[in-house]
Design a binder for this molecule. Structure first.
Ligand code: GDP
Length: 281
């Protein structure tokens, strides 16, 4: 009976179906590996809180996680099996934040239906559909100013990729929207900026980058009209707006939330991020 059953299972499974994934992006040191470790441990948290190992890998590493599909706000520390809850599985893909490797991470977002090949899927050809992006920043590092330009530069490229993707249609079908969570990490540190300031500082910096890049284009001889055309160029967000705001990205179906939290120490924790993710996978 077993071979027949196996045959039945294999023949009904579509080779393209695999777990959806959430892409974890952000500059080095933001806490991406620490977060991955925290979620991976689930109900098996060490008594003295999480200890992060540093991710020196140059390739994305994925872990398989489960949320309670009936109630995404269920803590990541809950053992869903023993609670008898229905679990929805997904992959969290941690990417290297080093500037030289960022382009590799962005390639995955650069299509109407963003997918990523997962090392976790035994079927080598299978691709996982990217359902959401988590962009993590170190809210304490952002406070002293130096880290802001480089974090914003990376975020600019992520959002611009998603904006351009909006115009890459599959026939008449517009690409599915892509939710983005800016996770303001390390709020356990008293020097950290609260989420509202992380948001406004990033928006201001993204606006500065936008102005600088369009000026760069003008200086390089690209005509005023072409720059103003916006859509196809490097102009992030709505046309004609002087200030950049995350809300402008709604026009391109990129819905951005900024939520504060912490992975380590005595802070707000990571449950709000977990819930945000759970509602989108
Ligand atoms: P990654 O480069 O983004 O993967 O960052 P890591 O996960 O390696 O974290 C960088 C450093 O920040 C490590 O020393 C972590 O222990 C520390 N870290 C991560 N999250 C927090 C946090 O919430 N609070 C504090 N105080 N430190 C954190």
């Amino acid at each position: 009976v077993a071979p027949i059953l196996l045959h039945f299972l294999y023949s009904t499974a579509t080779p393209y179906t695999t777990l959806p994934s959430v892409l974890l992006l952000g500059p080095p040191g933001a806490g991406k590996t620490a977060l991955t470790t925290l979620f991976e441990r689930g109900p098996n948290q060490p008594p003295n809180g999480p200890v992060a190992k540093t991710h020196t890998s140059q390739v994305p590493s994925s872990i398989e996680l489960s949320v309670n599909s009936d109630d995404p706000s269920t803590s990541y520390k809950t053992n869903l099996d023993s609670e008898g809850a229905t679990a929805k599985k997904f992959l969290l893909v941690d990417t290297p934040g080093h500037p030289k490797l960022r382009a590799q991470s962005l390639v995955h977002l650069n299509s109407a239906e963003p997918t990523i090949k997962s090392s976790l899927v035994s079927d080598g050809g299978a691709k996982s559909k990217i359902k959401a992006v988590v962009f993590m920043v170190d809210a304490a590092a952002l406070a002293d100013g130096d880290a802001l330009p480089s974090a914003a530069e990376y975020l600019y490229d992520v959002l611009l990729t998603l904006q351009k993707r909006f115009h890459s249609r599959n026939g008449s079908r517009a690409p599915a929207s892509m939710p983005v969570l800016v996770a303001a990490n390390k709020l356990d540190l008293f020097t950290a900026l609260p989420a509202a300031l992380v948001k406004s500082n990033l928006e201001a910096e993204l606006g500065r980058i936008r102005a600088a890049r369009s000026k760069g284009l003008l200086d390089s001889g690209v005509g005023q009209d072409e720059v103003a055309a916006g859509e196809e160029g490097d102009w992030l967000g709505g046309d004609g707006s002087e200030k950049f705001s995350f809300a402008q990205m709604m026009e391109f179906d990129v819905d951005i939330d900024v939520i504060g939290g912490s992975v380590i120490g005595d802070g707000p924790g990571a449950e709000k991020w977990w819930k945000w993710i759970g509602e989108r996978v």
